[in-house]
Design a protein around this ligand. Structure first.
Ligand code: FE2
Length: 352
């Protein structure tokens, strides 16, 4: 026997069943069944590679059996045996998944030829399936690797961002926790604006390091309690550009550049460093401008107390279209944004 491939011959008549078996037995492992039910049962126990089956059988005919077998074993090839009178039926059976048919009385060489062709197709399908399974395994492995790599990048990103925040906070003690609060508030505003989740996360991360450029500003200017001189103010206005230069060399922080560079632009074009106006200012930066201002107003300074929610609200109204994007102010005042200190705009009687 050359092959380990298994063939099942199903025919209720002994003579054709045995003659088919005799033709194939030297080349393949051949079993026989005397009816469709028995054949289906044998397939359930241990599926065969190919079935040679008579069409005309009592209890269940070959066409019905073909459909039953194909439901559970779509990869098994089926060759039908037909009398000349049933030729049309056999041809029709191709659409139910039969591979081919043999007309009785059949020639030995025809049987071997058609069976070998059927097995060749089966081998090709099995090979393709195996190849597909290997590719799917490979794809799944690569997907896992990408998820792990992404997670490592995120850990690295968060570590870097936290280190940068701590550096800013250490240098400018008024900003203590300011970066994190601006990040949370920016995220909340972005959510209220209906921005997609992935972009919201990018805005939140960028907002957390918006003041990173302060690393490059002298401490005596950053920590000065009194009014800044013109030169000092000119110096401090350099921090957006310094910040953008710092993160430029870190590929995974590149997305934060628009926020870092433009978080002191004003909607009326009177801000810095670019003097950009309205929608020329990236939306992410326009969001951070408002979040930054709200948190600054709600933080106490040596020269003033923290502003009440009511006062913050009136500042927002007063500066809409001037410093702030009116659409962002509008959405905050509609009460759709959680405030950085746990409150919700607009102020209620409980918020003083
Ligand atoms: Fe700033």
């Amino acid at each position: 026997m050359d092959s380990i491939e298994r063939i099942l011959v199903i025919d209720d008549e002994l003579a054709p069943r045995e003659s088919i078996r005799m033709v194939l037995k030297d080349k393949y492992r051949v079993s026989t069944a005397s009816g469709a039910f028995e054949g289906i049962d044998m397939m359930l126990q241990d599926p065969y590679d190919l079935i040679v089956m008579d069409i005309k059988m009592p209890k269940m005919d070959g066409i019905t059996a073909l459909q039953e077998i194909k439901k559970k074993h779509p990869d098994t090839e089926v060759i039908l045996l037909t009398a000349y009178a049933s030729l049309e039926t056999a041809r029709d059976a191709i659409r139910f998944g039969a591979f081919d048919y043999l007309i009785k009385p059949f020639d030995k060489d025809d049987v071997l030829l058609v069976v070998e062709k059927g097995l060749k197709k089966r081998r090709a399908n099995t090979g393709l399936k195996l190849e597909r399974d290997i590719l799917l395994d490979r794809a799944s492995y690569l997907e896992d690797q990408v998820i792990k790599a992404r997670s490592n990048i995120m850990t690295c990103y968060e570590g870097t961002v936290n280190a940068l925040i701590l550096t800013i906070d250490a240098k400018d003690h008024y900003t203590h926790n300011h970066s994190n609060r601006v990040a949370k508030l920016s995220s909340s505003i972005a959510g209220a604006l209906g921005i997609p989740a992935k972009t919201i996360k990018e805005i939140e991360n960028a907002a957390a390091i918006h003041d990173i450029g302060k690393i490059g500003i002298e401490e005596n200017i950053l920590r000065k309690n009194g009014k800044l001189t013109l030169d000092e103010y000119t110096e401090i206005k350099k921090h957006p550009a310094i910040g953008a230069r710092i993160v430029q060399s870190v590929p995974f922080l590149e997305d934060a550049i628009p926020v870092i560079l433009h978080h002191h632009e004003r909607y009326d074009g009177m801000g810095y460093p670019g003097g950009l106006k309205g929608e020329q200012i990236p939306l992410s930066a326009r969001i951070v401008v408002v979040a930054d201002a709200i948190d600054a107003m709600m933080s106490a300074r040596p020269y003033r107390d923290a502003l009440t929610m009511g006062k913050v609200e009136s500042e927002l109204r007063e500066n809409t279209d001037k410093q702030f994007d009116p659409e962002i102010v509008d959405i905050i005042l509609k009460g759709n944004v959680s405030c950085c200190r746990g409150g919700v705009f607009p102020p209620t009687n409980n918020h003083q």
